[in-house]
Design a binder for this molecule. Sequence first.
Ligand code: HEM
Ligand code: HEM
Length: 367
Amino acid sequence: MWKKIKQWLDVRFGLDAILETQVRAQILDYRIPKNTNIFYTLGFLTVVAFCIQAFTGIILLTCYVPHPDYAFTSVQDIMTKVPYGWLFREMHSVGSNLLITIVLLHMITVFLMGNYRRPRELTWLGGGLAFIIIMIFGYSGHLLPWNQMSYWSTTVVTSMPTAIPVIGDTIAHILKGGDHITGVTLSRFFALHIAILPAIFVTLIGIHLFLIYRTGISATPFGIADKEERPQSEYKRKGHPDGYPYYPTFFKKQMYMMMAYLAVMFFIITFLPTLYSPHDANIAADPFKTPHDIRPAWYLLAQYQFLKIIPNKFLGIALQMILVFVFLIWPFLDGKEEKNLMKRPVLRGVFIVLLAAWVVLLYWGRN
Ligand code: HEM
Ligand code: HEM
């Protein structure tokens, strides 16, 4: 049966030639360096996690109503009345937190292995921009269920830009579509969440993957010396003729990681379903009743706490913007040839201090 379909398609557009040349060259003959570790699967896992978000998000779209009078009840109906609605919403909500965790781990491990160095500066930049988009995905998604916490944490975060002189008020006004969080804000965040961000994200990740493919995956896991000899002034792809084939060896590793990811996701959904639910998640948004404890999702908590403890809001925002900018262009600033972080005490120290500060602020913000 399959043979007949294949032959039918082959006559129409030369399927055999595509399978022989493209699939063989791109997948079967694609070689992975011998010493890759488990962290090299995190990028793939991020792609999988995003696809799960897109799939469950589209299912949710069939029942979710982006209107202040109906958004909350439509989400409640998804949870209680729509068959398996609870499953897709839980997958989407737990998945968003797991996706952010996986991107963070991917970014940290790429950094620790020094794999952002020449010629992968643009790969880092593309990934960094995609990471910011993921954070905005989380932030915009947070308002959609239109509950007390989503309403009030969005009120707080959208008022932050007002600390910026001259243009601050305009930025806040554009974000909210007025002076307060209203149906216009909900429409704006909805459009951002389901149309604008997916388009930007897919473009950025397309560039990210294209660059990875063109440069070749790096072969420098922790502590292993970099033997990549690259000419300074011409393009050279890193092939790994002595490595192992992508399929089936590395592909299997990716599949194991994907199963582990799904196992963690369903474990949380089954045994810890409220792990990521904010307080007041089951109370409809009430613009006249401010909850006493307003806080954003955990991935924005450290940044939020930082702004809370710095007396001058503008200084707080400016410092964070500078940090984000340095993070994005870091590969262009780091001129050292040494990739092994164990041999770079200053960089290692800065990394540990920043990570520790982030964890402390996050923990502080929770209490
Ligand atoms: C946001 C979603 C992201 C996706 C879907 C993604 C996807 C991938 C994939 C599939 C790979 C190839 C294999 C691997 O090392 O895992 C990769 C490698 C890479 N990623 Fe990402 N990535 C993302 C975010 C980031 C971020 C935030 C950064 C850093 C700021 C980053 C920097 C890199 C670099 C430098 C490589 C090349 C590593 C090497 O050649 O060994 N990526 N990414
Ligand atoms: C590309 C496709 C996506 C579509 C079509 C989509 C669609 C939706 C819809 C319709 C909702 C409202 C229903 C609800 O609140 O349960 C929602 C909520 C949400 N989305 Fe997405 N989404 C997408 C991607 C993402 C991504 C990549 C993230 C990652 C951070 C994300 C994070 C969230 C969050 C945190 C919520 C609120 C969840 C809750 O507590 O109810 N979404 N999304």
